[in-house]
Design a protein around this ligand. Sequence first.
Ligand SMILES: *Cc1c(COP(=O)(O)O)cnc(C)c1O
Length: 364
Amino acid sequence: MTPTAFAPRIEQNQHARSEPERAAILENPGFGNHFTDHMFLAEWTPDHGWHDARVVPYGPLSLDPATAVLHYAQEIFEGLKAYGHADGSVWLFRPDANGERLQRSAHRLALPELPLEWFLGSVRALIETDRAWVPRGEEKSLYLRPFMFASEAFLGVRPSQHVTYSVIASPAGAYFTGGIKPVSIWLSEQYSRAGAGGTGAAKCGGNYAASLLPQQEAAAEGCAQVAFLDAVEHRWVEELGGMNLYFVQADGSIVTPELSGSILEGVTRDSILRLAAELGHQVVERKVSIDEWREGAADGTITEVFACGTAAVVTPVGTLKWRGGEVTAGDGGLGKVTAEIRQALVDIQYGRAEDRFGWMTRVL
Ligand SMILES: *Cc1c(COP(=O)(O)O)cnc(C)c1O
């Protein structure tokens, strides 16, 4: 079927927040607490393909109790940010990479692929409509959450014949307030996030549902995040619940676990591969065992550990804890290489450094 041309209908919100209400929210938005005045929606059916693209007032969706996603979790999502630059312009960071990943996730979850033109168009249309919601200032951004779910009311187990795609937007403050502080990590030895042939490489809600119990365990152990190992040997470091991992070696090289099919292909992870090389580091993708982390952090072979993802960009990892022990890489503070990579990345995102890699797309 030839895809329908992307031409969204725009319905303005007659009850949009007032200027002072919006300003109060943008002053200190936090993360994921507040949503803009509009949302994007589109529908897919086998007969009509993608259709009914629309920007409408933000509000609840009405779902039949038999809606497939509520029972079988056929759902995927994306996360990207719009950055307000000092000259007033608004930019996206590698949105094509998010659009392509949404297509790969869709394939794995037996959902229909959304054309890239629709992905970029939907994000643009929402930002244009809610342009006043792009926060300005130090490391603030408008977080965009595209998502797609099985919206057919049917309890049979098969791919849904009605699929809904939506984008919502949420102003986000600086992830770290009062300085960048290392997080502590709990090593999950009982639970895995993903297995070979499973959905680990897809950005689907179900992966997150499965990570909540180990995340609770981490919190009970006083840790901020949980690290997962491979599901077969329980030996190879994969990633955190929602961030990829990097290890800085004493010789200045940096290592990240190779994509195994069960690791999420982070856009930030991929960008750092190229950025760190440009900064003169040797960058290696290979298997990293949990013993290498424990022993390397203890004997100084590993000097820094950091996690990366769109929300927090680059987060230093301090202590790794497990049942019966703990180890801290370096001095447990923000490492030099971690800080250098983080700065180089946010400088590109906020337009303070030249866009050498062609990563930025202007929206406004
Ligand atoms: C989204 C996500 C990441 C980070 O990906 P980015 O594209 O860099 O934001 C890492 N791991 C998991 C499990 C994720 O869902």
